[in-house]
Structures are given as structure tokens and as C-alpha cells.
Design a protein around this ligand. Structure first.
Ligand SMILES: [Zn+2]
Length: 189
């Protein structure tokens, strides 16, 4: 079991985060069952062993929130970089681009949730469907959403930092590939 592996790997059964919220401090978990498994990069689908560590519940949930904020911040800075590339913007363009950022802030998590739910139901979804139905769904929820923005979000979600892969025109959870990698890593001597 993964908990046993992590205890062996790290040489102790302590919370590995030990944030200011840590209830464990330097103490070890009395029962491994009290430990939670934290995904270091915040991606719950990245089950690679080097991405996993033991953590107490308060540290883990605090860390998850922190990771989510970091992911959002990365998205905004990506958008701002894109803006800067365009060069000096006119006032109208500035207004337009800040409203674009606001739309992205609203739409990106909506798209991600829609994608996750759609793939959970049917296990896969075609790229074409992800773009057109995703855009339509965002439009329904926020009044904004173009196929181009859906494509941008899909690009992010299928990048090396994302949770999905595109295989033969279909968007699939990356989990399958990682589960395999995890098994391979786990049976290594
Ligand atoms: Zn802790």
C-alpha cells in the first residue's frame, strides 16, 4: 500500500508538509490510517510516487488551497504575458484586455469542471466536442465563451502541467498512463 511505501521511503511516518497548521509537528502518525496522501504539485491525478507524500489533514487541505491559488496565478500571469507581447495597448484595448482577463478568471475553472464531468461520464470526449460544447457551456454559464478560448484552455489542460492527454482525436484522463508508470515504479527493486 502506498502509505507503507511512503513511510519506508521517507524513514518516518511524519507529516511531510508541517505547515503552520500542522497538528502533528515532529510526532509520527500513530496509525498510518490517520495520514493523508498529499499530491505535491496539486494535481490529484498525478499519482507518481515522487509526487506523493504523507501529510496530516489540516496541512493537506491548506496545501491544496495553496496549490489551487498557484495554478490560478500561473494562468493569469500567462494571460498578462500574452498582453505584454502585444506591446503598448491603447485605453480601449486595455479595457478590453482586462475584461478578457476577468472572463478568463471566470471561464477557465468552469471549462475545467465541465471537462472533468464530461470525461467522467463517458471516459473520453472528442477534441471537436470539447471545444464546441465546452464553449457553448461557458457561454451558457457566464454569457461569454468562444471556441478559441475553449481551445486555449484545452491546450493548458493537455500540456505537461495538465491532467489530460489527447490521443487520436480524443481527450482522455492522464491517470491511466500515470497509473501504469506508478506500477512500474513500485515494482522496481
Ligand atoms: Zn501537518
Amino acid at each position: 500500500m502506498t502509505v507503507d511505501y511512503l513511510v519506508k521511503r521517507d524513514g518516518n511516518a511524519r507529516c511531510q508538509i508541517r505547515s503552520e497548521y500542522c497538528i502533528m509537528g515532529e510526532n509520527e502518525f500513530k496509525e498510518p490510517i490517520h495520514a493523508t496522501i498529499d499530491h505535491k504539485d496539486g494535481d490529484k491525478l498525478n499519482h507518481r510516487l515522487k509526487n506523493l507524500r504523507l501529510a496530516c489533514q489540516p496541512c493537506n487541505s491548506h496545501w491544496q488551497k495553496f496549490q489551487w491559488k498557484r495554478k490560478q496565478a500561473a494562468t493569469y500571469s500567462h494571460l498578462r504575458k500574452k498582453e505584454r507581447k502585444v506591446g503598448v495597448l491603447s485605453e480601449t484595448q486595455k479595457e478590453k484586455s482586462s475584461s478578457e482577463i476577468k472572463i478568463n478568471i471566470d471561464n477557465y475553472p468552469i471549462f475545467c469542471r465541465w471537462l472533468k464531468d464530461s470525461i467522467e461520464v463517458s471516459h473520453k470526449i472528442s477534441v471537436k466536442e470539447a471545444i464546441s460544447a465546452g464553449a457553448k457551456y461557458m457561454r451558457k454559464k457566464t454569457g461569454h465563451g468562444s471556441p478559441q478560448s475553449a481551445r486555449n484552455y484545452l491546450d493548458m489542460e493537455t500540456s505537461s502541467e495538465g491532467s489530460y492527454d489527447i490521443i487520436e482525436g480524443y481527450v482522455l484522463k492522464r491517470e491511466m498512463k500515470q497509473a501504469k508508470a506508478q506500477i512500474v515504479e513500485a515494482i522496481k527493486p
